[in-house]
Structure formats: C-alpha cells, structure tokens
Design a protein around this ligand. Structure first.
Ligand SMILES: [Zn+2]
Ligand SMILES: [Zn+2]
Length: 171
C-alpha cells in the first residue's frame, strides 16, 4: 500500500520533499467488474507542507492493469500514467484557512493515499480497452479468435456506422 511518511514534513510550513517509490495497490472494483494490478504502481510525487500540517501531494502515478480486450476478450496488461493531485489535512490541527471540501483528512505521521490513487485511476480509465489497433477480434458467427485462427464463415464486412443503422432498423 502506498503510504507517505510525513513525520518531519508536517512540522514545518513550506517544507517540500520529492518522493519516488513503488507500492502495491488492491483490486480495483468498478460496478460489476474487477481489475487487478499486474505490477506495483510507480509513484513520483512532490509533497508540500502548506501550513497547519496540511500536505499538498502532486505528481504522477504509473500503473498497469489486467483488462479484457473488448474485441477479442483476451486479457492483457494495460499501462496508464495518471496525474495525481490531492491535499490532506491533519484532523487534529486547527482548521486551515484554505481548506475546501475536496481536502482529505489524515492523522498521525503517515498518509495512506490508496483510496485517492484508486479513484484517480478509475477516473482516467477509457470506456473500452483494445489490446492492439490491429486486433481482429472474434468472428461474429463462430466466435473463433481471428488473431490466432481462421474460419470459413462468410462475414459481411460492413461499415460500423451502417451496422448501427442495421441494428436500429431491426429493432
Ligand atoms: Zn484484442
Ligand atoms: Zn467464424
């Protein structure tokens, strides 16, 4: 789990520290699907004490998730680099004047950024995953993976826009 050690930083207003580390993330749940991370995430963050022990965390997180291709249904590792930006405030400190509703509470000397990292990854996920631009997908008739096998089905190669229209006409 990605924890930030702020024991020293939280004491001095204006103090900054750049941290680079790797950390494992738990399974990402999205409605009825689950995505596993295939390797520990890589963090590159700048921590800034913005006063009253509040810590501004800004940077990049690089993750790789195991996802199914929406054309051929094979799982593959999908890499994603997401920008990260959160401000954490110390629960037991007097309220910081700049505090907004988006700020996240922490207490003690460590900040667990896991929930915000998962939220950021979720927000940056595409609607669908394609294993490669060249992926040929499954045969719509017999279902074989056309990337690895050939079949003798006669497929009408129709323009996807026309396919949409056909579907509409059918219903
Ligand atoms: Zn594919
Ligand atoms: Zn076929």
């Amino acid at each position: 789990m990605p924890f930030l050690d702020v024991e020293r930083l939280k004491k001095v207003k204006g103090e900054r520290r750049r941290v680079v580390f790797t950390g494992s993330l738990p399974v990402l749940k999205l409605e009825d699907s689950e995505f596993c991370f295939v390797e520990p995430a890589q963090f590159e963050l700048m921590l800034t004490n913005v006063g009253s022990s509040a810590v501004d965390v800004e940077g990049q997180v690089q993750v790789a998730l195991k996802v199914p291709c929406s054309r051929c249904l094979q799982h593959f590792a999908y890499s994603l680099n997401v920008p990260f930006s959160e401000t954490y405030y110390e629960k037991n400190q007097p309220a910081h004047s700049g505090k907004t509703e988006e700020w996240v509470a922490y207490s003690g000397d460590y900040i667990d950024i896991t929930p915000e990292v998962l939220g950021t990854v979720l927000m940056n996920l595409p609607m669908r995953f394609i294993c490669s631009e060249q992926c040929r997908g499954l045969c719509p008739i017999c279902g074989v993976d056309l990337n690895t096998q050939q079949c003798n089905c006669i497929r009408e190669d129709i323009d996807p826009r026309l396919a949409k229209l056909q579907e509409l006409l059918k219903s």
